[in-house]
Design a protein around this ligand. Structure first.
Ligand SMILES: Nc1ncnc2c1ncn2[C@@H]1O[C@H](COP(=O)(O)OP(=O)(O)O)[C@@H](O)[C@H]1O
Ligand SMILES: O=P(O)(O)OC[C@H](O)CO
Length: 500
């Protein structure tokens, strides 16, 4: 049978995956491999872009082999990627000028602090929708131009290309030095601090403020408007769609109507709510962002609350404190006690993201007494993810004018039933997990499949969403209110710990 599958690449923070899906949206096969995290200095987190591209070249054939499919059976390829991670490379031979600076890297803090104090902060917010923060890609480009010897000259000559991981991979998939396409999509571009969020074009005034040569920039395309095929790896297979991984998860969860929201719980946690065709103001500490743009249509927007630490706090408990041997063990430990014993953990290891945006905050554990044991700390670690989500949901409800009525969830942490119940309790809305939890890949596959007519329309995709588990709120309103106040007091203790 020809054209029976759609392939998706999920190039994430810790690993790269390739998944194949059939017409019912069922996962047919998956191959995954991790790449190395480089921490050359405190606050710096880098990836080797060559290693990432090599991993893509490994996982795609492995996923095909596992399924027994041939490339001719692949109707289209969708690509979803970790966002904001910044690569600058030489188009003459495909060599990166430096390791990729990842979204978790805080080296641009001083540059960003100066921008926030300066006269252009409001222009960034008004045009790109984003208040300057080290999270976004634009300041990283400037940092590279200032710190890699000779790079500015190379960039002005047209011999240095900037891209987030999507651009880097598409360029390699379409031939690399041999005519590779230098493009990005509207969702990834909306995380650079350089794009006008309404016109979906690069904003000359923002480029000028950061002194970034326009010759470095990829062309911005709609999510399913690349109109090109792979020349390497899957020769002839159309690259049907490209989009940021969290937007892909929103699409994979079929949140197509305004007010529908999902939260993905992996290393960090990312809650996105579809808000339709308007840009929500960032006043509540949320990020207005492009959700997706279908061919021939105007963009659909989302509002996002990004949480820097969720599953990574569980990893810290496992690897640094060695309180557990594996991530799932945290549930057993947390269930050994009935509550948190008055203990709260605020995981501000590199400051707090949405909705508070406090780079000066650092991690704290409060409420310690002789009564508190490992079980209470484990519970507080899980509750930290739930309460951080509550802070984001409160901001979303205030900022969007659309009340959250249920939350669709996915990601590695959703296998923790205690956490999922806790989430429903603190949010006071039902929490739902679908059968296919690889929603990033599914969303990329869906968009790619729509582009080539593998699926007919959004309604066709909705039919593929099946409920696997649902958690209803059980906590009393009085207890919820009391614990929310305590959480808020704990967060205040984290503020100002770092002199930054
Ligand atoms: N049962 C569990 N309870 C709590 N956390 C978990 C559990 N299983 C996995 N995790 C956490 O989930 C994260 C992995 O999820 P995943 O979606 O694969 O993340 P990513 O895509 O960001 O790499 C890890 O940080 C891990 O600590
Ligand atoms: O790769 P993930 O799943 O950790 O997601 C990273 C986000 O895209 C960062 O904004």
């Amino acid at each position: 049978m020809t054209d029976s599958l759609v392939a998706a690449i999920d190039q994430g923070t810790t690993s790269t995956r390739c998944l194949l899906f059939d017409r019912a949206g069922r996962m047919v096969s998956m191959a995954q491999t991790e790449h190395r995290q480089h921490y050359p200095r405190p606050g710096w987190v880098e990836h080797d872009a060559i290693e990432v591209w090599r991993n893509v070249q490994r996982v795609v054939p492995r996923a095909l082999r596992q399924s027994g499919a041939t490339p001719s059976q692949v109707a289209a390829l969708g690509l979803a990627n970790q966002r904001e991670t910044t690569v600058v490379w030489d188009p003459r031979d495909g060599t990166p000028y430096a390791r990729a600076i990842t979204w978790q890297d805080t080296r641009t803090s001083a540059l960003v602090a100066a921008l926030r104090r300066g006269p252009h902060a409001e222009t960034f917010r008004r045009v790109s929708g984003l208040s300057p923060a080290p999270y976004f890609a634009g300041p990283r480009v400037r940092w590279l131009l200032d710190n890699v010897p000779g790079l500015r000259d190379r960039a002005e000559e047209g011999n240095a290309l900037f891209g987030t991981m999507d651009s880097w991979l598409v360029w390699n998939l379409t031939g690399g030095p041999d005519g590779g396409l230098h493009v990005t999509d509207v969702t990834n571009a909306s995380r650079t601090m350089l794009m006008d969020l309404r016109t979906l074009t690069w904003a000359p005034e923002l480029l000028a403020t950061l002194d970034i040569p326009p010759a470095m920039l990829p062309e911005i395309r709609g999510n399913a408007d690349l109109g090109t095929s792979c020349r390497t790896l899957l020769p002839g297979v159309e690259i049907g769609a490209v989009l940021g991984d969290q937007q892909a998860a929103l699409f994979g969860q079929t949140c197509f109507d305004a007010g529908e929201a999902k939260c993905t719980y992996g290393t960090g946690a990312f809650l996105l709510m579809n808000v339709g065709q308007h840009v929500v103001d960032s006043a509540e500490g949320l990020l207005p962002t492009v959700a997706y743009q279908l061919p021939g249509e105007v963009a659909t927007y989302a509002v996002e609350g990004s949480i820097a630490m969720a599953g990574s706090l569980v990893q810290w408990l496992r690897d640094s404190l060695q309180m557990i041997d594996s991530a799932p063990e945290i549930e057993t430990l947390a269930r050994s006690v009935p509550d948190n014993g008055g203990c709260y953990v605020v995981p501000a290891f590199s400051g707090l993201f949405a909705p508070r945006w406090r780079p000066d905050a650092r991690g704290v554990i409060v409420g310690l007494t002789s009564y508190v044991d490992k079980g209470h700390v484990a519970r507080a670690v899980l509750e930290a993810t739930a309460w951080q989500t509550r802070d984001v949901v409160d901001a979303v409800n205030r900022g969007s004018g659309l009340g959250l009525r249920r939350l669709k969830v996915d990601g590695g942490m959703t296998s923790n039933y205690l956490l999922m119940q806790c989430l429903a309790d603190v949010l006071d809305v039902p929490v739902e997990r679908p059968m296919v939890t690889e929603t990033v890949s599914l969303g990329a596959a869906y968009l790619a499949g729509l582009a080539v007519g593998f699926w007919a329309d959004l309604q066709d995709l909705r039919k593929n969403w099946h409920l696997a588990a649902r958690w209803e709120p059980e906590m009393s309103a009085a207890r919820r209110a009391r614990e929310q106040v305590e959480w808020g007091r704990a967060v205040e203790r984290a503020y100002g710990w770092s002199p930054e």
